[in-house]
Design a protein around this ligand. Structure first.
Ligand SMILES: [Zn+2]
Length: 290
């Protein structure tokens, strides 16, 4: 009797998890919890040695049918021209001294998203789509390095919100690209708003409001029920959903908690292959074969 082998269906989806430098914040920004206020989260009065350095992630999905999709862009090279901490360059790149006070960044040479893609032989014009989870500086500031991507999208809610909140956002991060918006074509997620990017369920932007109204998680599915969840700043680490710790930067605390509960439930699903926060200090760069 020959041994029976169970065929494993490989879909050939690859997800590259990159770290594109680091962001330096007050501990209350990622893990402030429900009682945190904006002053504590901003870290304006936090001592330098008490601050945390967290990774800034970006992701490349290599999809056999839909091509190369980048999720978020991290920092641009101009934040750290020589690969070292550069206060003046950061203020210029962020467009504001206040934002510099809230979060500082550093990117070793070769580590911006465009530099890492170039090492893989991928030019910005080879990127079919960039999905932005939201427009905060550590997600959208790197757009300048990949502006030749074929299509760049963010949720309508996020762009509207960003245009109205000039302390938090600076349009110079996305004015250099042809940024388009997407609405919702589905009702998934904690807010009942989702956008099925290709109409086949393979990549879905799920609205997880709270940190900002238009924030999206990206769910990548293999077609056989398994999925990877990139939940951006819906929480800052695995412990955020395990212990239900909301972050200190919040537009709506109740929505933030509802979104975190949804991330919690998704992450515990037996079909969830990996569930990743953008700034989790325990996550190393790696490749997921889905
Ligand atoms: Zn962030």
């Amino acid at each position: 009797m020959g041994r029976t082998t169970i065929p494993i269906k490989m879909t050939g989806i690859k997800i590259h998890v990159f770290h594109t430098g680091e962001v330096c914040v007050a501990p209350d920004l990622p893990f402030g919890g429900d009682e945190c206020n904006i002053i504590k989260a901003s870290g304006l009065f936090t001592k330098r040695e008490d601050r945390l350095w967290l990774p800034v992630s970006a992701y490349l999905i290599e999809h056999p049918e839909h091509g190369r999709i980048l999720v978020d862009t991290g920092w641009e090279r101009a934040m750290s021209p020589n690969g070292e901490y550069d206060r003046k360059a950061q203020i210029e790149s962020l467009g504001s001294p206040i934002l510099y006070k809230v979060n500082q960044g550093q990117i070793p040479l070769g580590m911006t998203i465009d530099e890492q893609l170039a090492k893989m032989g991928i030019m910005p014009s080879d990127i079919d789509l960039i999905l932005l989870s939201h427009l905060d500086c550590d997600h959208a500031n790197g757009l300048s390095g990949v502006k030749d991507a074929k299509r760049i999208i963010v949720s309508e809610e996020e762009l509207e919100y960003a245009k109205k909140h000039h302390t938090r956002y600076h349009s110079r991060w996305w004015d250099c690209v042809d940024l388009k918006t997407h609405g919702w074509n589905g009702t998934e997620g904690p807010a009942g708003k989702s956008y099925d990017v290709f109409g086949d369920g393979s990549i879905v932007q799920v609205n997880i409001p709270g940190h900002c109204p238009g924030l999206c998680a990206t769910r990548i599915s293999d077609g056989n029920g398994k999925f990877v969840l990139l939940f951006s700043d819906g929480g800052y680490a695995k412990k955020s959903w395990e212990e239900m710790i909301t972050s200190g930067i919040s537009d709506d605390k109740d929505l933030q908690k509802k979104s975190l509960q949804w991330i919690h439930d998704q992450s515990l699903s037996p079909d969830c292959v990996e569930s990743l926060a953008n700034h989790d200090p325990d996550i190393e760069p790696h490749i997921i074969d889905l």
